[in-house]
Design a protein around this ligand. Structure first.
Ligand code: F6R
Length: 609
């Protein structure tokens, strides 16, 4: 995890670095630091805490004056969050920032210790800084190359050499890194939003390439130090999209952006009323041959896969397995040339999902990536690719990425069902017409349920533990509702298939325990209601998220609080039903005094195992 930045230009470097880091805090926020060339020397300021703490330190103590430097925001891996473990780290002639994990750092540390080197921090990064210093031969590119040959693991590095005060260097393996360019200035960053205030033009650094940044421009070499030219890319995300735009938090802003995100994601993929994924490398012909589908992802993305399973199996009659990426990659999964493996990821950099993708390819399966971050590793390595066009998601808790993942799952399921001949073109057109209505339906739900959810959240604030229950698609959705609540409110919560409760879990129910039940699927609503009555009669407080049709059929007293959402095409109900669950989680976090954008212990992009 972690975010790294670098700047070479004529602006106040400390200000630019801090501003750029503020766009990367989603990657980690337990410490921050910068290093800047000042009068031929490298000045470093770093601190445990959020970026705000670094800003305070720069204002109160000392702010390096210069125009060239590097910066870092940390999510601790090796060594607790502390001033000394914060980046940048230095050897005598080298200072670096690092995102990733050096797997052989202990070996390298022993090697250096045996040669008289000592270390201040517990980090793997300081080992790299010392190794660079140890191998330094007066030529930075040769030195970096020599060190990279010795490193195992993942890294994106920003590097300053004391002898070269007019430039910084950058390289990467596995961890992401871009190089931004503007007139007479250039940047490095772990992600595009960091540079958008200054430029939209950037290069994607590939594995083991090295960039040299000076005010004259950027040059690149490959791992053999041969000069290379690279394609300049232009970001289509603007600054405003990466800012809060008047909302108190990114999470609620992103919830409100969902109608637009769905629209942007689905509309370019619909032609003549039918799904059209040709641009993504998917045709009806190519889908016919798949015997089974395995969906692999982590967290929220995996929950989108769960909804996908129900929908694909229902419409296309193809068996679907949903697997957690960290399990899939270590259990010799049964996938081969007749199978499709779908990897879902917002960041496109999740280490386990990326490893799962590589394993699936190795086993001969065809891979399809459903990814939000453009040009990310998963996007680049998969055989087929559908981008979710949600725009940058900054809040750690995923909302608009999830809803666009669902939208893509529907498009894909419809296309597959057409390919398999299990759904007629006419039926598919009917489903697509219903999908096109979903952005407005989501907007309607946001507008009409926010106040209700805000009120219900006041009833959850003191809960120690709660349950989410549902059946079928409502169960798949409950998983996401439960994760959303626990990650931002820190209240323990679990999701259960409603019919499974009485096989053990119902013993947890006691007076006043909140149970959130989702009931949108007509065929199982009576069964779910029976389960609700069972927990209610044992003291549970029932919060029911259901369709208006279901609410009308309820007997008084079944639920303590009801959030009604308009009934629409039932297969598509997760798209609207997730909204109250997201809003409920958001306000519960606020009521408990938590920062919903930066929940404790989490980071947005999980690039370590
Ligand atoms: C929860 C959340 C995480 C991610 C998971 C996978 O709100 O965001 O559970 O869904 O870490 O991340 P990506 O989608 O980037 O692979």
């Amino acid at each position: 995890m972690c975010g790294i930045v670098g700047y070479v230009g004529s602006k106040d470097c400390s200000d630019v670095l801090v501003n750029a880091l503020s766009k990367l805090e989603y990657r980690g926020y337990d410490s921050a630091g910068i290093a800047v060339f000042e009068n031929g020397d490298i000045k470093t300021v770093k601190t445990q805490g959020k970026l705000k703490d670094l800003e305070d330190k720069l204002a109160a103590e000392y702010k390096p004056q210069g125009h060239i430097g590097i910066g870092h925001t940390r999510w601790a891996t090796h060594g607790e969050p502390s001033d000394v473990n914060s980046h940048p780290h230095s050897g005598a002639r080298v200072t670096i920032v690092h995102n990733g994990i050096i797997e052989n750092y202990l070996e390298l540390k022993e090697f250096l210790t045996a040669r008289g080197r000592s270390f201040l921090s517990e980090t793997d990064t300081e080992v790299v800084a010392q190794l660079l210093d140890y191998e330094y031969n007066g030529n930075p590119l040769e030195t970096i190359q020599k060190v990279m040959q010795q490193l195992k693991g993942s890294f994106a590095l920003g590097i300053m050499f004391r002898d070269f005060t007019d430039r910084i260097f950058a390289t990467r393996r596995e961890s992401p890194l871009i190089v931004g360019v503007a007139e007479n200035e250039c940047f490095i960053a772990s992600d595009v939003p960091a540079i958008l205030r200054y430029t939209r033009d950037y290069y994607l650094l590939e594995h083991d390439e090295i960039a040299t940044l000076t005010t004259e421009g950027v040059s690149f070499v490959d791992k053999h130090l041969r000069p290379i030219t690279k394609e300049l890319k232009t970001a289509d995300w603007d600054m405003e999209a990466a800012e809060k735009g008047g909302y108190a938090h990114f999470m609620i802003k992103e919830i409100n952006e969902q109608p637009e995100a769905i629209r942007t994601t689905i509309m370019p993929r619909i032609r003549d009323g039918l799904p059209c994924l040709e641009e993504c490398g998917i045709t009806v012909e190519s889908l016919k041959r798949f015997r089974s589908i395995t969906i692999v992802a982590c967290g929220t993305a995996m929950h989108a896969g769960m909804v996908g399973k129900y929908v694909i199996e229902d419409l296309a009659r193809v068996p679907v397995v949903v697997d957690i990426a960290s399990e899939f990659r270590y259990r010799n999964p049964i996938v081969g040339k007749d199978d499709l493996v779908v990897i879902i990821s917002q960041s496109g950099e999740t280490a386990d999902s990326l490893a799962a993708l590589r394993l699936a390819k190795q086993k001969g399966a065809t891979t399809l990536a459903i990814v939000n971050a453009k040009g990310s590793s998963i996007a680049r390595e998969a055989d087929m690719l559908i981008y979710t066009l949600a725009g940058p998601e900054i809040a750690v808790a995923s909302t608009k990425a999830y809803i666009t993942q669902l939208s893509v799952m529907y498009l894909f399921a419809f296309e597959l069902a057409l390919a398999k001949g299990t759904v007629s073109a006419a039926e598919c057109k009917r489903l697509i017409a219903a999908l096109i209505k979903m952005p407005d339906a989501v907007a309607h739900v946001i507008e009409n349920c926010e106040e209700k959810c805000k009120f219900i959240a006041t009833k959850l604030v003191n809960a120690d533990s709660l349950l989410y229950i549902g059946r079928g698609l409502d169960y798949a959705l409950s998983m996401e509702g439960s994760l959303k609540l626990k990650e931002v409110s820190y209240i323990h919560s679990e999701s259960y298939a409603a019919g499974e409760l009485k096989h053990g879990t119902i013993s947890l129910i006691e007076e006043g325990m909140p149970v959130i039940s989702v009931a949108t699927q007509t065929d199982v609503i009576p069964k779910t209601i029976s389960n609700i009555v069972e927990v209610k009669s044992r003291g549970a407080k029932i919060i029911l998220v259901c369709t208006d049709a279901c609410a009308r059929g309820l007997k008084d007293g079944v639920a303590d609080y009801v959030v009604e959402i308009p009934h629409s095409e039932e297969l598509l109900m997760p798209i609207t039903a997730v909204v109250p669950l997201q809003i409920l989680a958001y306000y519960t976090a606020i009521n408990r005094g938590n920062d919903p954008d930066k929940p404790r212990n989490l980071a947005k992009s999980v690039t370590v195992e």
